[in-house]
Design a protein. Structure first.
Length: 132
């Protein structure tokens, strides 16, 4: 009885349709990321978290990282990069790739630090960097 109610609730609120639309919108980016076979993906794409998982791309770190680790995790232009040192995160967790939204406050940092971030894919919504 609970499962049908939960499914109906999600459908009625539009969550099913929204998820399907996000999956379709990001499909090209998701397939591109998947083709690199990331093992420890740092997913900073706030709109692709579930869609990556549905398409077989496991993110080792995503927007909920701060809940599990206590470390500050930022994304979006509203955040101040002065509060976050990506080098500390990289040294602590050793991701092999980073998926970054095109409107993420971290994008300029990644593009300026080519000694760390190697741009391997520039998609419509996200940029994928191989972390050296």
């Amino acid at each position: 009885l609970l499962l049908p109610l939960a499914l109906f609730s999600c459908y009625a609120s539009g969550h099913f349709l929204q998820t399907e639309d996000m999956n379709r919108i990001y499909q090209t980016d998701i397939q591109a990321v998947k083709s690199f076979h990331p093992q420890r993906l740092w997913n900073r794409s706030k709109d692709c978290q579930t869609e990556f998982a549905w398409n077989g791309v496991r993110a080792a770190f995503d927007g909920r990282a701060d809940v599990y680790t206590g470390d500050l995790f930022l994304y979006g232009n509203s955040q101040d990069m002065n509060q976050f040192n990506p080098k500390v995160f990289l040294e602590k967790f050793h991701p092999d790739y980073a998926s970054i939204d095109k409107n993420d406050a971290m994008l300029p940092y990644a593009e300026e630090h080519k000694e760390i971030f190697d741009k391997v894919y520039d998609g419509e919504h996200i940029i994928l960097f191989r972390i050296k």
